[in-house]
Design a protein around this ligand. Structure first.
Ligand code: S3P
Length: 169
């Protein structure tokens, strides 16, 4: 009946892992960015463009609070969610947080292949992206490491994750 929050950098697989894990555990699945888009009838890219990052973080915080602690639910957060306000504490106090940890190199490879338009990295060259990811990951890991559990590796082993969670949920 727990709430499971998946956190990690852009491109770490929070949404795809979350959807698959939810199916296996028979949990509901919520993608925080998608919820914002449907609540505000817009896209994340447009929120950044029209209202700026600061307002996006307010919206993200308020949307998280709306669903905090929802039972039987896996929530895939945005890459920045745990790093603003007291979001990581809110999540740790109301459920299980799992950090999907990948290296900066792997994240860059995945982001270069991704078709999902991400406002923070749009228009960056490969070299710029590599520097950006490495610098931002360095800053964000302090927050990501507050997670209850850390799962490392490129291929998220769902079975292992499921077994690992079995005595915790
Ligand atoms: C962001 C990550 C994005 C989205 C927004 C900001 C970030 O989510 O919330 O573009 O600050 O890292 P994903 O991690 O799902 O790409």
């Amino acid at each position: 009946m727990a709430t499971i929050y998946l956190i990690g950098f852009m491109g770490s697989g929070k949404s795809s892992t979350g959807k698959r894990l939810a199916k296996k555990l028979n949990y509901n699945f919520i993608d925080l960015d998608k919820l914002i888009e449907s609540d505000y009838q817009t896209t994340i890219a447009d929120v950044f463009k029209e209202r700026g990052e600061r307002e996006f973080r307010n919206i993200e915080h308020n949307t998280l609070k709306k669903i905090i602690g929802r039972p039987n639910t896996i929530i895939a957060c945005g890459g920045g969610t745990p790093c603003f306000f007291d979001n990581i504490e809110l999540m740790n106090n109301s459920g299980i947080t799992i950090y999907l940890k990948l290296s900066a190199k792997t994240l860059c490879e995945r982001l270069l292949e991704s078709k999902n338009p991400r406002p923070l990295i749009v228009d960056k060259s490969k070299a710029e992206l590599e520097k950006f990811v490495s610098d931002l990951l360095d800053k964000r890991e302090d927050f990501y490491h507050k997670a209850s559990y850390i799962v490392k590796g490129k291929t998220m082993n769902l079975k292992a994750l499921q077994e690992f969670l079995s005595d915790k949920i």
